[in-house]
Design a protein around this ligand. Structure first.
Ligand code: PLP
Length: 436
């Protein structure tokens, strides 16, 4: 028995499925999850002393790599000054100013503890602001695990084969309408059917939770128009894309300003932080300045704020240009390696390598339209998750740590070297040479 398998056996006895978040259990790819004991730069190390080049990056936050010295120093300093006060601290205002400065739609911001809290609160706010109850989301977009948003909710659900969750009352799910991503006609159909009843349209402006699916040209723009025309609040869930696809997020990259924005992951520098924000007219509805209640014992926690500030201070335009260039290089290398068996989709440094089933590739060829992009949840039928599971194990055995699901994004960080990327490409080439 290795130390890792021993740790897994112990964990399985005391936590549901052995984990505190489902996808970590490796159910979709098989094998035991690796227990990680340390991380430094682009590398993580498991209990048995094996080192991996990490492309999961804590599911997005670690844009600077692990244990980045300035972030670590800021955390240490904040901790030495007291870990939590439940009272205002100057660091909250500093991080708020940084977020507002970077994200076009955000003029006023409220910090919470997770992405789930951010989207849940943003939905409540949109309902309070409009006096309407329904929300419209897109199949395959994940917005955290609050009841009303666990409907056709992307990777976790897709991976485990449960599109909805037990325990969500039908009455709550019925307030959630689901449209097809990148399909304006479907949105129009639902808007017409539920005229003036929809409080908000919420989406990942770059989908990352069904694998990376970029918005088609004009998609975000038309959603903006439809929301203007119907008095619906447009919410961009930028928990993953915020400070990832650009400092100002997808809204900056694509030039479309939502009414509300949800953030998380990177703004906490690896500590638990979420945020939602928008223009004052809407945000003034939030308690205590308005009637929409939302609170948190640990919201704006001083250590989390310190980690966020130290991270944001380093997110320069040079850093994004370099990430962008290296992401293009990696995508090209991987695409070349999987040619004829898969495709790579990415927006900046968030990326997915989709293996595709032979049947879907052949069927597409027969129609004369090669399968060269996936644009919505329904397209995922073409994904070959069995081959991905084999690829995942192949990579793990060669020191490359990838998401344990075929329907997730992986991430580049500033700490990944060219050698790290070359190694990933070489390991992928080796796999593709040998798949049958
Ligand atoms: N929204 C998006 C787009 C996410 O990717 C996630 C998590 O992956 C969430 C919301 C939920 O965030 P958290 O896991 O911090 O609750």
């Amino acid at each position: 028995m290795t130390k890792n398998s021993d740790a897994w056996a112990r964990a399985l006895k005391v936590m549901p499925g052995g984990v505190n978040s489902p996808v970590r259990a490796f159910k979709a790819v098989g094998g035991d999850p690796r227990f990680i004991v340390s991380g430094q730069g682009s590398r993580i190390c498991d209990l048995d002393g094996r080192e991996y080049i990490d492309f999961v990056g804590a599911w997005g936050p670690m844009i600077l790599g692990h244990a980045e010295p300035r972030v670590t120093a800021a955390i240490r300093k904040a901790a030495e000054g007291g870990t939590s006060f439940g009272a205002p601290t100057p660091a909250e205002t500093i991080l708020a100013e940084m977020v507002i400065d970077a994200v076009p739609s955000v003029e006023v911001v409220r910090f919470v503890n997770s992405g789930t809290e951010a989207t849940m609160a943003a939905i409540r706010l949109a309902r309070g602001f409009t006096g309407r109850s329904k929300i419209l989301k897109f199949a395959g977009c994940y917005h955290g695990h609050s009841d009303g948003l666990l409907v056709k909710a992307g990777s976790g659900a897709t991976t485990l084969g449960v599109p909805d969750s037990a325990g969500v009352p039908a009455s709550i799910a019925s307030e959630t309408l689901v449209a097809c991503y990148n399909d304006i006609e479907d949105v129009d159909r639902l808007l017409a059917l539920h005229e003036k009843a929809i409080a908000a349209i919420i989406l990942e402006p770059v989908a990352g939770n069904m694998g990376v699916i970029p918005p088609n040209e004009g998609f975000l723009e038309v959603l903006r128009e439809r929301c203007n025309a119907t008095g619906t609040v447009l919410i961009f869930d930028e928990v993953m894309s915020g400070f990832r696809v650009a400092r100002g997020g997808a809204q900056w990259r694509f030039g479309i300003t939502p009414d509300l924005t949800c953030l998380g992951k990177i703004i906490g520098g690896g500590l638990p932080v979420g945020a939602y924000g928008g223009r004052p007219e809407i945000m003034k509805m939030v308690s205590p300045s308005g009637p929409v209640y939302q609170a948190g014992t640990n919201s704006g926690n001083p250590i989390a704020m310190a980690a966020g500030i130290a991270t944001m201070e380093q997110l320069t335009s040079e850093l994004y240009s370099s990430l962008e260039a290296r992401a293009r290089r990696l995508a090209a290398g991987l695409e070349n390696a999987v040619a004829g068996r898969g495709i790579v989709q990415h927006v900046g440094s968030m990326m997915t390598l989709f293996f595709l089933t032979r049947e879907s590739l052949e069927a597409a060829l027969a129609t004369g339209e090669p399968l060269d992009s996936l644009q919505c949840y329904d397209d995922l039928f073409a994904v070959d998750k069995e081959t991905y599971a084999k690829f995942h194990l192949h990579c793990l055995d060669r020191g490359i740590y990838l998401p344990p699901s075929a329907y997730e994004a992986f991430f580049l960080s500033a700490a990944h070297s060219d050698e790290d990327l070359d190694r990933f490409i070489a390991v992928t080439e080796e796999f593709c040479r040998n798949i049958t």
